[in-house]
Design a protein around this ligand. Structure first.
Ligand code: UTP
Length: 275
């Protein structure tokens, strides 16, 4: 039995930086070459042994549900043709995972989105993937690396990355002691600090493993930066109890919420596919 059985995908955001592309389709359906971001994210969760995929969606996100469903007409159309294999991976996912959905009615921040997903998760530790943070790794996927760490430390794990000082205001930033190579016991964390107020340049990226007590903590956490309920603020409560590990993952992350990194991700992936 794997230690983490469910992964939450908060996908309710508006994706305003990609308008007009994201007017009628979710940001997570944007493709890296020919596969949407959300499929890479689900495949990463599967690689970590997870089969329960839980989505916090919003208005205009129906394409995500359709993507992880059978399209009989289309399947019939391509059966026996030389494009049939292109849907094989998607079919494998659909056949081996379960999908559940709930809606975040108002976009009140990532912390709020995670709390909305509580009824899909229940009382067990779970993973969170932000699909617009597209991660590639040579060996174990980033989430697999984190699940291994969870098995050892049995507490919340956040993936971190060193960012330039002048970019700290875009991330949750941690402060902590390095207790093993690439592993930090987090003592403090601040959401989007300006460079002068940042406790370090170690930024949290879109991969988390959270223990279920986080739901009650979120409910007690007031809105923070930009009036949004920030997951970083809720995690601080756990960090103050010594229950958050920051992990400098092996691999590379592309912030596909920004157009520039999205194009980089496509070029990188296309070059690798061509060998
Ligand atoms: P972002 O800050 O990237 O926001 O959210 P966004 O709305 O998706 O994109 P821009 O800034 O308008 O271009 C980070 C992640 O948290 C989710 C988003 O879907 C994204 O995966 N999120 C954020 C929610 O699900 N609900 C929220 O209320 C806020």
């Amino acid at each position: 039995m794997p230690s983490i059985n469910k992964c939450l995908f908060p996908v309710a955001g508006y994706g305003t930086r990609f308008l007009p592309a994201t007017k009628a389709i979710p940001k997570e359906m944007l493709p890296i070459v020919s596969k949407p971001l959300i499929q890479y994210a689900v495949e990463e969760a599967m690689a970590a042994g997870i089969k329960g995929m839980a989505f916090v969606t919003g208005r205009g996100k129906r394409a995500l549900e359709d993507h992880f469903d059978i399209s009989y007409e289309l399947e019939h159309q391509i059966a026996g043709s030389d494009t049939e294999y292109l849907l094989a991976e998607t079919r494998h996912i659909i056949e081996n995972c379960t999908f559940s959905y709930t809606r975040q009615i108002e976009m009140k921040g990532l912390g709020h989105a995670i709390e909305v997903g509580a009824n899909l998760i229940g009382d067990e530790p779970f993973a969170v993937i932000l699909a617009d943070d597209y991660c590639v790794a040579e060996g174990d996927s980033v989430l697999t690396q984190m699940v291994k760490l969870f098995d050892k430390y049995q507490c919340s794990i956040v993936a971190i990355e060193t960012v330039p000082k002048d970019e700290t205001s875009r991330y949750g930033i941690i402060e902590g002691e390095e207790i093993a190579e690439a592993v930090f016991r987090v003592s403090n964390m601040v959401e989007k600090p300006v460079a002068e107020e940042a406790p370090s340049n170690l930024a949290i990226i879109g991969r988390y493993i959270l223990t279920p007590d986080i739901f009650d903590i979120i409910r007690e956490t007031p809105p923070g930066k930009n009036g949004e309920l920030q997951i970083t603020d809720a995690l601080l409560t756990q960090a103050q109890q010594g229950k958050v590990i920051g992990y400098k993952f092996q691999g590379r992350r592309f912030d596909c919420g920004s157009v520039e990194a999205y194009i980089e991700a496509i070029n990188y992936t296309y070059a690798r596919q061509r060998g």
